[in-house]
Design a protein around this ligand. Structure first.
Ligand code: UDX
Length: 450
């Protein structure tokens, strides 16, 4: 079993990766600068919501397989492999901000003593691995003191542990056989289905594809995956827009489309667009990579543009229902996080919608099952609650922004007979239209007419 350090170990990717690797039996030190999160994690509490994480974390702490520290030097010196999971935010021009990755590389250069494999988990532009190698090579010898490997993550927020323990694939990009061998050893327990703590997602009957390639291809595979998912979403949003104009029904269209085995049903939910920390950021970074290499990414420009326009589509529906003045109009937003099943409100298009409505003087209330505190922290003036009935009360317009089952289960019958029945805008197509009709509610489904 290996000694593994995770730099950025209290962040989303770092924590899921650290917990996952420790559950494979490795001894993991998760290093981070965020003291508050480290203190919580030592007590078995995670600041990010992730299904099933805390019980596994506690088992690992009890078995001494994971520890949390702010000491970067000790983490580096005590690890056979160091997983770099620090943030790569976007710069204003869309390029990835590599300052954290470079700062870590400089520390590695000064601290590495024995041969160490540096595994880049963070999604970084092609060429970054070369930068990391250059920094390390100022003092150390590549192939003898260190090797650098790209091992992109494909973790969805909220389903990160499932994606770790039952991955669709593991991609490892390296040129050194010694480094590839260590990575194979690290992942071997996962490939053979032998974890050391109780994990429900292991399917030992299924073979996990393990792909070894060069670092550039590994990094591009990650960008390609997120660009493709973003493209599907913009694609279906554009079909929804056309469908609405010509009198189609988007849920029937999505169903019929997804039955084609060459297309499949996933990532075809229309809505306010793709939010979250990855799809938009990675697509912008890929566009920058293309432009910097004298390639014109016309298609991806269009994917981003459609995503920006989706917010306006939803705004148009609201002003279509309420008139152009939104002053003191009561609007309920159902779903504040960037998607269902997470408490992450960063890069949430619902929050952008809230800001646009607030700036026009509307009186907005918001509902979310997991993200109310986070939304209020970001937007202290937002009235938000986990009680859907309270949020709906008195609303003139209700906008459904994600696919949470609780919204499909709303009983509209009382609301339809209220003096001021709400106008319901369903951006996700999750509501039961016959129940809405029976309740006398006027509604508007994104992508469908009538
Ligand atoms: C994504 C990738 O899925 C993951 O593999 C990668 O490593 C990180 O980025 P995540 O950002 O957690 O994961 O969210 P995801 O579940 O992919 O959803 C992204 C956005 O697309 C959300 O705003 C979601 O609501 C939206 N979406 C998703 C749609 O609008 N329609 C869909 O059909 C699917």
């Amino acid at each position: 079993m290996a000694d593994i350090g995770v730099i950025g170990g209290a962040g989303y990717v770092g924590l899921v990766t650290g917990v996952g690797l420790a559950a494979l039996g490795h001894k993991v030190i998760a290093q981070d600068v965020d003291q508050r999160r480290l203190d919580m994690l030592r007590r078995g509490i995670s600041a990010v919501y992730e299904d099933g994480l805390e019980p596994i974390l506690r088992q690992l702490i009890d078995r001494n397989l994971i520890s949390f520290t702010d000491d970067q030097g000790a983490t580096i010196r005590n690890s056979d492999a160091l997983f770099i999971a620090v943030g790569t935010p976007s710069l204003a021009d869309g390029a990835a901000d590599l300052s954290q990755v470079i700062a870590v590389a400089e520390r590695l250069r000064d601290e590495i003593q024995d041969y160490t494999v540096v595994v880049v988990k963070s999604t970084v532009p092609v060429g970054t691995i070369d930068v990391v190698v250059d920094v390390l090579s100022q003092k150390l010898r590549a192939g003898e003191d260190f090797d650098v490997v790209s091992n992109p993550e494909f973790l969805r927020e909220g389903s990160g542990l499932i994606d770790f323990f039952a991955p669709s694939r593991i991609i490892v990009g390296a040129t050194s056989e010694r480094a590839l061998k260590l990575l194979r050893e690290i992942y071997e327990p996962l490939l053979s289905g032998s974890v050391v703590v109780d994990v429900p997602w292991i399917d030992s009957g299924r073979e996990i594809p393990y792909v070894e390639t060069d670092p550039t291809s590994a990094q591009l595979t990650k960008y390609a995956a997120n660009a493709y998912l973003a493209t599907r979403i913009s694609f279906i949003n554009e079909i929804a827009g056309i469908s609405e104009k010509v009198g189609g029904n988007i849920s029937d269209i999505v169903f019929g489309l997804g039955l084609d085995p060459r297309i499949g049903p996933g990532y075809l939910k229309p809505g306010i667009g793709f939010g979250g920390p990855c799809l938009d950021k990675d697509l912008r970074a890929l566009i920058t990579i293309a432009v910097e290499n004298s390639y014109d990414p016309v298609m991806f420009d269009g994917v981003l543009r459609r995503n920006e326009l989706q917010l306006r589509e939803v705004m148009n529906k609201i002003t279509g229902a309420l008139g152009s003045s939104l002053y003191q109009k009561r609007i309920a937003l159902l779903g504040l996080a960037f998607k269902e099943g997470t408490n992450d409100v960063r890069h949430s298009l619902s929050i952008r919608l809230y800001r646009a409505l607030r700036d026009q003087g509307a009186s907005v209330t918001g509902h979310d099952l997991l993200a109310v505190d986070e939304a209020k922290e970001l937007e202290p003036d937002l009235e938000a609650s986990t009680d859907v009935d309270a949020v709906l009360a008195g609303a003139e317009v209700v906008v459904v922004l994600n696919s949470e089952q609780i919204y499909a289960d709303i009983d509209w019958s009382g609301l339809g007979t209220a003096t001021l029945a709400p106008y319901v805008i369903d951006t996700r197509g999750v509501l039961d239209t016959s129940a809405l009709e029976a309740s006398g509610i006027t509604f508007d489904i994104l992508g469908s007419t009538g």
